[in-house]
Design a protein around this ligand. Structure first.
Ligand SMILES: [Fe+2]
Length: 451
């Protein structure tokens, strides 16, 4: 095996100016969650690991899974200038110091993020037209460019090392692991609602990296939606994407992200779809196969439950349920919420979840912690479905409602930043709520269904 690259990403010099004074620059060396107490981490240190958007320096890297996670992935990044040649070099062995890899893939999709510029403002009282023009030009948002390399024919359960290259500018080396072809000896992390609370979002990103560093079976990160507050604003996605770099492990390991669309991720300019390389018309909902034994069905609570989505969901579950050991669903708005009212999708989705014996439903949007009792046909039933959530990746947490039967009679609710960790074994799914400090709020076992 060639020697692994240990270079850290470039220090950030300009990443956060657009979010005001709350985050400022720092030359403090990179931090890692295992080295520090996250809740006490000074925000100045949180930006130190992010790569500047400058020239064609590859930044904001992510690996996206939406299909066959054993054999395919999309590797994406951002540059400040459009560039002409964007390529990912990759292979099952490290490229070493000279970054030589067995394989490469030119990006199949490149383009400018659809940026809505702020409307020019009229001169303020006492301000000349020239001064107003200067002020308006300062408000202009710099362009940025996405690059997506869709790589296929991968081997299951294999680490793939990769380097991003845009017009000769190369990233450090990263790697991710593909899902196994069969079996379920791995762990998933789920979380939602990173839309506000930027310092806590960074801390939770470091928590995700720390979980994956300490529990090496963590394979991927499923995001339940509401990445940012206003989905049409590139400047908010830009911050989220740069901060997503913090989920990268010290040794370059990247957790593929399995995306869900939240109600804050909309906007006519379709940035959500540009960020995750999804087709706006056909990939609002999708299935990620984590090998042949685990399926994660992602739904869209921003689209109508009935019609095309319900037809797809029923056909998908009819096909999957006899085949997989674990059938998971994720979507943004809860069917059994601990704070708000239920999603209007519940009367259509829940009977299908019951009919096809879903093993767990992963929810977001409420900004709280919740594990319901097992529910079938709207009632507590040992054979029913446990609904967990509801989003704690940075957003302020809400007080949960005390009058919900499904969290009182054996269920549980609370209000802290968290991720949900799912450990699969042939007989059980262990469901743990991990808080920002790494402690466990809830540890629950779901038995595999008899087939
Ligand atoms: Fe939401």
């Amino acid at each position: 095996m060639k020697k692994r690259s240990t270079k850290l990403p470039l220090m950030n010099t300009n990443r956060v100016s657009f979010i005001g004074a709350s985050l400022s620059f720092s030359l403090i060396v990179a931090v890692h969650a295992e080295d520090i107490t996250l809740a006490k981490l000074d925000v100045k240190t949180l930006v130190s690991k992010m790569t500047p958007l400058k020239g064609t320096t590859p930044a904001q890297w992510r690996v996206v899974w939406t299909g066959d996670a054993s054999r395919e992935a999309t590797i994406s990044w951002t540059t400040a200038e459009p560039g002409t040649k964007h390529i990912v070099h990759y292979g099952a062995e490290s490229g070493g110091d000279d970054k030589k890899f067995a394989l490469s893939q030119t990006c199949q999709s490149n383009g400018a993020y659809s940026i809505e510029q702020p409307k020019p403002q009229k001169p303020k009282e006492g301000e000349s037209a020239a001064e107003a023009a200067k002020r308006n030009s300062r408000m202009k948002i710099s362009p940025a460019y996405y690059h997506h390399a869709r790589i296929k024919n991968l081997n299951p359960d294999t680490c793939y090392y990769f380097v991003l290259e845009s017009d000769g500018e190369q990233s450090r080396e990263f790697y991710f692991r593909t899902a196994p072809a069969e079996g379920d000896d791995f762990t998933l992390i789920h979380g939602g609602d990173s839309r506000s609370g930027h310092a806590d979002r960074c801390r939770m990103n470091l928590r995700i990296a720390a979980q994956a560093a300490s529990e090496t079976k963590v394979l991927a990160f499923a995001h339940g939606g509401d990445y940012i507050v206003t989905g049409s604003k590139w400047e908010q996605w830009r911050l989220w994407l740069s901060q997503h770099e913090l989920t990268t492990l010290k040794d370059g390991r990247v957790l593929p992200i399995i995306p869900t669309k939240g109600n804050h991720d909309g906007g006519k300019n379709g940035l959500y779809f540009e960020v995750f390389d999804l087709a706006e018309k056909t990939e609002r909902w999708h299935t990620t196969m984590l090998g042949k034994d685990v399926a994660l069905v992602t739904l869209d609570t921003n689209s109508a439950a009935g019609g095309a989505q319900a037809e797809w969901l029923e056909a998908e579950m009819r096909r999957l349920r006899p085949e997989v050991r674990w059938l998971l669903v994720q979507y943004h708005r809860p069917m059994y919420p601990a704070v708000k009212g239920p999603a209007k999708h519940a009367p259509i989705f829940c009977p299908l979840f019951d009919k096809y014996n879903v093993d767990i439903a992963l929810e977001s949007d409420g900004h709280c912690m919740k594990r319901t009792v097992p529910i079938r046909d709207g009632k507590k039933d040992p054979s029913g479905i446990v609904y967990v959530g509801e989003g704690g990746l940075g957003v302020g947490q809400r007080k949960t409602s005390e009058d919900r039967w499904y969290i009182n009679d054996g269920g549980k609710a609370g209000s802290e930043h968290h991720v949900i960790q799912l450990d699969f074994t042939p007989d059980n799914m262990r469901v743990r709520f991990i808080l920002m400090d790494g402690s466990v709020w809830d540890d629950h076992m779901i038995k595999v269904r008899k087939r």
